[in-house]
Design a binder for this molecule. Structure first.
Ligand SMILES: *Cc1c(COP(=O)(O)O)cnc(C)c1O
Length: 396
């Protein structure tokens, strides 16, 4: 019989029923340290008291009104995001993919209102992930995600990450925008050299095309800054965020400069649920926490400790791990054995870690994690690695 639940995931046979801070509990009462955070979503841990209070208070007042009316929570959160970023304007969505969809529409519309409707081509980079809508899979360029879904949406082209010559070749009179994750997530926690990112800004400026950053995974504190672009010394024109901004409540946002957004006049885009009062209550509380005194300093400090510990882990188990990469609390272990084997061994030991492309194990703990919890998690990783190591020959 066909499963009642559409089988698009090959799910691990574990059902979590409760969470508390950095910890998850399954239906049998087994406890796990969570270094996955619902794929970089539970940035404030599970059952965060501030988020619970914000959501339940709003739930008792008003859930939804639609975007036909003013939503005070949207105005408040948009003003805060504008005050703390390059952006002049914000649109709220329910997910990352929807924010990316708007990013592509906005870039095309910008050129349309500038009298250049022929400028519709969006260039992305190999290894990218931009969500699972038709435009998202066209931009992501992953053949596995495109197969069987008809002709790829027109106007999306991809070049190898870091290849300036290929990029310059791909840019033509039709180019509207470049889109990039400043640190690739799903693709394998693959860092993009800062110099390459800077070149993208220069190229965009010289051709009059827009630079879109997908900070759905890197944004909202994950790298130790509010947004990853802050490490670079320049700003994008358009940026998508999601994941951590909702702390587990479905929420995304598209941020843009006034110039990039100039084509988005009344009637050009919409959403029924995006930015509804429940999402805004949580989003405002989440952003306030990231912006609170000491929060990002904590992320940077704990991340520094974590990557040192991982360095030691890698050198102690050379048959299992190749290297550590990433930034802030978005770290990856390039594996010498299949990443799935380690993920299972870690889970058996009571630690949740995530897969990523390029045979990488991805580590995305809650941003609120303590140094003691990092120490405990790394010790569980030593245990998992030891369980997978070829048995050392017994000394006669
Ligand atoms: C998760 C993610 C998306 C897609 O977000 P959804 O909320 O799953 O639609 C897009 N881009 C990046 C970089 C992501 O990490």
């Amino acid at each position: 019989m066909f499963p009642a639940l559409l089988p698009t995931y090959s799910r691990t046979d574990v059902a979590f029923v409760r969470g508390e801070g950095s910890w998850l509990f399954d239906e049998h009462g087994k406890r796990y340290l969570d270094f996955g955070a619902g794929i970089a979503v539970n940035a404030f841990g599970h059952a965060n008291p501030k988020l619970i209070a914000a959501l339940t208070e709003q739930a008792g007042k008003l859930w939804h009104t639609s975007n036909l009316y003013r939503v005070p929570g949207q105005e408040k959160l948009a003003q805060k995001l504008v005050a703390h970023s390059f952006a002049d304007t914000v649109f709220f969505t329910n997910s990352g993919a929807e924010a990316m969809e708007l990013a592509f529409k906005m870039a095309r519309r910008y050129h349309f209102v500038n009298g250049r409707p022929d400028r519709f081509q969006i260039i992305s980079f190999e290894g990218a992930f931009h969500g699972r809508t038709l435009a998202g899979i066209a931009a992501g360029g992953n053949e596995k995600y495109l197969e069987g879904f008809g002709p790829k949406v027109q106007g999306f082209d991809q070049v190898p990450l870091g290849d300036l010559a290929a990029l310059n070749n791909a840019i033509g009179p039709n180019t509207a925008a470049l889109v990039i994750e400043p640190l690739q997530g799903e693709g394998g926690v693959r860092p993009v050299p800062a110099d390459f990112l800077r070149q993208l800004r220069t190229i965009c400026d010289s051709h009059g095309i827009l630079l879109i950053f997908d900070e759905i995974q890197t944004g909202v504190g994950r790298t130790g800054k509010l947004f990853a672009y802050e490490w670079l010394g320049f700003t994008p024109d358009i940026m998508a965020i999601a994941k951590a901004i909702g702390g587990g409540f479905p929420l995304g946002a598209l941020l843009a400069t006034a110039d990039a957004a100039r084509g988005m006049t009344p009637g050009t885009h919409g959403t029924t649920y995006g930015g509804n009062p429940l999402a805004m209550a949580v989003g405002n509380a989440a952003l306030d926490m990231v912006l609170s005194q000491g929060f990002l300093e904590h992320v940077a400090k704990v991340a520094n400790y974590f990557s040192q510990q991982l360095g030691a882990l890698v050198s102690e188990h050379p048959a299992i791990f190749e290297s550590v990469r990433g930034q802030g609390l978005m770290l990856g272990l390039k594996m010498k054995i299949p990443n799935g084997d380690f993920i299972k061994a870690a889970r058996d030991a009571g630690l949740i870690v995530l897969p990523a492309g390029d045979n990488v194990v991805r580590l995305l703990p809650p941003l609120t994690i303590s140094e003691a919890e990092i120490r405990e998690g790394v010790s569980l990783m030593h245990q998992a690695a030891a369980a997978l190591e070829p048995q050392k020959a017994a000394v006669p």
